[in-house]
Design a binder for this molecule. Structure first.
Ligand code: AMP
Length: 473
């Protein structure tokens, strides 16, 4: 598996990936990033949760010139929810480079969006209807748009947007680079690709079929901030012989490890930033059964051949159904039964549905006494059902000022780390971080701002207590 750097990504993009803590590219990223960086058009057959946003987003951001004040990249999405999610991800990935990403979607005042477009916008992420509207009002000009992405094209078709998509495409330069992502490839989408993509490279991420039928599989809906507490509750109720807890990033791995250790639990963490020696030590004590609880990232757990694990907990939803299958394959081995519990946030219902659909499994809701009383199986949400609005997705953001900056050696990752550890917020809730010489600025969802100030103030980073306040609006 190549590293992000080996895929050809530039240092400022790599630094942003390091900030969010991704350890290695997901399969769609591994396959889509190199051809996109080479300038090819790409058709990606991949579903939500596969990491497709970074697959098209990182190459797009790499080619944005932040000194040029025109719309250089356009991402069309079928829904407002996806638009918000993609915008948040692209802002994070482009934060080191200073790329301005503007979201435009229906159901929100068009004037605000017009003002944002006037003020900048190197990349615009928008729903089809609103993009069309803004074009007709001359608020959105696409003559310099070199990179266009159609995200979840099959949903656009289902919602009847295909003609509008074609109209928008015809207003962009014919020399543009185009990427089309779709979970399925109905003939209409195939035709659209034939007509609007130039010699596209098709990438399909295969999904392993689940063979692990000795594993009982559960899901538990829990908000980001309650996850650690929920894990403690699950462990108390399940009393595992040995549990492996998976998280998505190195940062979260360390964070969760510290939280559990501070509660007096016998726990260790394993992730890609540890030395081989340290990893081996943890692995040996886990294999020998001396360690009951291990927090791991996907990379670090690769090749783990352990038979005794009674439980796998997906503290973070796996990035793809394949990863799900690999993770839960750690339990239920050699004739033993195992239990796998997947935590998901309300906004991740679609990711869970994608896992259920593509890995061919059904997750039952986890309840405390599930061992005694089997619960009715919950039907997975339908793929085309309206996605849940992300918990803090569309809401306004609030800017905060932190005293301390480059002079103190502060880096964006320190800020993310400090906030997520103190508040339990997801790293992705911390947006638009700017570290200046003596100060740093960042934004969080408005409804969380007071809590962030309260809980982060006084905590220490690099030996210094943090002082945080709300920026005047
Ligand atoms: P997407 O399919 O783009 O919606 O991504 C699904 C989730 O996977 C998002 O929460 C991303 O932050 C996360 N993600 C994307 N790429 C990676 C990666 N290489 N490693 C870990 N998490 C990732």
């Amino acid at each position: 598996m190549p590293t992000f750097a080996e895929l050809g990504l530039a240092p400022d993009i790599l630094a942003a990936i390091q900030d969010v803590g991704y350890e290695e590219p997901s399969p769609i990223q591994e396959q889509a990033i190199p051809p996109l960086l080479e300038g090819s058009d790409v058709i990606g057959q991949a579903q939500t949760g596969s990491g497709k946003t970074a697959a098209f987003g990182l190459p797009m951001l790499q080619y944005v010139d932040p000194t040029e004040h025109e719309v250089q990249g356009l991402v069309l999405t079928p829904t407002r929810e996806l638009c918000i999610q993609v915008t948040q991800a692209l802002r994070t990935y482009g934060s080191r480079k200073g790329v301005d990403v503007v979201a435009v979607f229906g159901g929100a005042p068009i004037r605000t969006q017009q003002a944002q477009l006037r003020a900048g916008g190197h990349v615009v992420v928008g729903t089809v209807g609103r993009v069309k509207d803004l074009i007709s009002r001359h608020s959105l000009m696409l003559h310099s748009t070199r990179f266009v992405v159609l995200d979840e094209a099959d949903e656009m078709l289902d919602l009847g947007f295909l003609e509008d998509v074609e109209r928008i495409l015809s207003l962009t330069p014919s020399s543009r680079q185009t990427a089309l992502f779709s979970a399925t490839m109905p003939p209409e989408i195939r035709r659209l690709a034939d007509q609007y993509l130039y010699n596209p490279i098709t990438i399909k991420v295969k999904t392993a079929t689940l063979t692990v039928d000795t594993v009982e599989q559960f899901a538990l809906e829990v908000s980001a901030r309650d996850k650690a507490e929920a894990l403690v509750g699950v462990l108390e109720a399940e009393r595992p012989d040995q549990a492996l807890v998976f998280v998505r990033t190195k940062i979260r791995c360390d964070q969760l490890f510290r939280t559990l250790r501070d509660r007096g639990m016998n726990v260790k963490a394993i992730h890609g930033d540890m030395t081989q020696g340290a990893r081996d030590g943890v692995m040996i004590s886990f294999k020998e059964g001396r360690l009951p609880l291990l927090i791991a990232t996907d990379v670090a757990s690769r090749g783990l051949d352990i038979t005794g694990i009674s439980h796998v907990v997906n503290f973070d939803v796996p990035v793809s159904p394949d990863v799900y299958v690999h993770r839960i394959g750690r339990t239920g081995r050699v004739g033993r039964s195992g239990r796998a519990i997947t935590f998901y946030e309300p906004r991740q219902q679609r990711e869970v549905a994608a896992i259920e659909n593509h890995a061919g499994v059904k997750l039952s809701p986890w309840v405390k006494d599930a061992r005694v009383a089997p619960t009715p199986v919950k039907a997975p949400p339908r793929r085309h059902s309206k996605p849940h609005v992300p918990a803090n997705g569309g809401g306004p953001l609030r800017k905060l000022i932190l005293s301390g900056g480059r002079a103190e050696g502060l880096e964006p990752s320190d800020i993310i780390h400090a906030i997520t550890s103190a508040t339990g917020l997801d790293g992705e809730a911390v947006r638009n971080i700017r570290v200046l010489e003596r100060f740093a600025f960042f934004e969080v969802p408005e409804q969380e701002a007071d809590r962030v100030v309260e809980q982060v103030n006084g905590t220490e980073v690099r030996g210094q207590p943090l002082r945080l306040e709300l920026a005047r609006t």
